[in-house]
Ligand binder design. Structure first.
Ligand code: KIV
Length: 266
């Protein structure tokens, strides 16, 4: 039986320089398998909108959907620290909304922490949620909920001014109380600079090797997103052809009467 990972464990890994491992999960079976494999933290990402629901982006994902997926992940996870994403429009309008919605992910979903996107502009919101004793993870750089402002999924912080702003954002979020910070889609040397400047672990996705830990989307590393594959993804198992093959075998065996056999019948 795995012992529950807490934010104190994450802080102590960070202090020792141990790399922190994070993957997304959206349901019971995936959460169970990755928990058994020893992942440190599971992120119930709003990427569920793209990789599970098939939307073009994460914007349509609702609070009710996040609560549903968080509950499923919690039932599968035993030892990983589970972070639930706050979806678009669940924290942008006012701090009261943000606190209520963060509270739902903890109280109804059962998550141990929440994550929200944005820099200095959301620092007061982060502070309000942290003041309710809800641990918060920040997320800066390529923030998918800002797709329309960014004009697509583009690497951020390549220009000096933007890089300076991202460093300021990171500092503002740490000051507001985040216990970890996701750095997405930024140059590796900027991620290194942020990691060396701030006092909480950075979790990189498309941000190079110098971050305190890494996060990837589970469907990406299992080859289940055939529509696109960003440069930062490594496919550890190419499952789509295997699944297709299994379904083709089933279809053909049902059609030719080979399945069910005597061993599958009562
Ligand atoms: O929603 C998500 O999966 C995320 C990760 C890509 C960091 O926010």
């Amino acid at each position: 039986m795995r012992k529950q990972t807490t934010i104190l464990n994450i802080q102590s890994m960070y202090a020792k320089g141990d790399k922190i491992t994070v993957l997304t999960a959206y349901d019971y079976p995936f959460a169970r398998i990755m928990d058994q494999a020893g992942i440190d933290m599971i992120l119930v990402g709003d990427s569920v909108g793209s990789v599970v629901a098939g939307y073009d982006n994460t914007l349509p994902v609702t609070m009710d959907e996040m609560v549903y997926h968080t509950k499923a992940v919690m039932r599968g996870s035993e030892g990983a620290l589970v972070i639930a994403d706050m979806p678009f429009m669940s924290y942008q309008v006012d701090q009261r909304d943000a606190c209520i919605n963060a509270g739902r992910l903890i109280k109804e979903g059962g998550a141990h922490a929440v994550k929200l996107e944005g820099g200095a502009n959301v620092a007061d919101t982060v502070r309000a949620i942290v003041n309710m004793d809800v641990p918060v993870v920040g997320h800066i750089g390529l923030t998918p909920q800002s797709i329309h402002r960014m004009g697509g999924y583009r690497v951020q912080g390549r220009k000096e001014q933007q890089a300076k702003q991202l460093l300021k954002d990171a500092e503002a979020l740490v000051d507001a109380g985040v216990f970890a910070l996701v750095l997405e889609g930024i140059p590796a040397d900027l991620a290194q600079q942020i990691t060396e400047t701030i006092s909480v672990p950075t979790i990189g996705i498309g941000a190079g090797v110098h971050c305190s830990g890494q996060v990837l989307v589970i469907h990406d590393i299992l080859g289940l997103c055939e529509k696109y594959s960003p440069k930062f993804v490594k496919v550890y198992a190419d499952l789509a052809p295997l699944i297709r093959q299994a379904v083709e075998s089933y279809v053909s065996e049902v059609r030719d009467g080979t399945f069910p056999g005597d061993e599958h019948s009562f």
